[in-house]
Write a new protein. Structure first.
Length: 157
């Protein structure tokens, strides 16, 4: 099954699973200066859409899967808003491209890979061991594991 898998955060990633191969992109972002004159990282919507459109054209992607993010107590309101905004971006892009979209609860995929309560480096090490993919990005590792979980446990094929 050919899918796009996304770790939605600003330090997340987009992974394309195509005929047994995995290609990953760190989350495209750009820097903006906010009203207070501080640099803020924002999603680069143009680059995200370019990656997704190319994956549709070149990789015969059949669906998109992403982490089902939600607000947590004691997490900042800006952080919660950014996660929700990212979820909206990818839900909207999937709909615009005519891709079925599935949200995977983080507890499900993390439990499947025995990552609950473990440091982010554990997902990086797991991806390096399971897929022989070298990365130092937990966002790339998580996007790959979300996609692998979907293919193993949730895909209709």
């Amino acid at each position: 099954m050919n899918i796009v898998s996304v770790d939605i955060g600003l330090s997340g990633a987009i992974s394309i699973f195509h005929e047994g191969m995995i290609t990953s992109f760190r989350m495209p972002t750009r820097t903006e200066i906010n009203y207070a004159g501080k640099n803020r990282k924002k999603y680069d919507l143009k680059e995200i859409s370019r990656i997704l459109v190319n994956s549709m054209a070149n990789d015969n992607v059949e669906c998109m899967v992403f982490e089902a993010v939600h607000a947590f107590p004691k997490q900042g309101s800006v952080s919660n808003f950014t996660f929700g905004y990212g979820l909206g971006i990818f839900s909207g892009m999937a709909a615009a491209l005519g891709l079925p979209a599935t949200a995977v609860d983080p507890k499900l995929w993390k439990r499947h890979f025995d990552l609950i309560g473990r440091e982010k480096d554990a997902s990086i090490a797991l991806v390096q061991n399971l897929f022989d993919i070298k990365t130092n990005s937990d966002g790339v590792a998580d996007s790959i594991l979300i996609g692998a979980y979907f293919i193993d446990k949730m895909s209709p094929v």
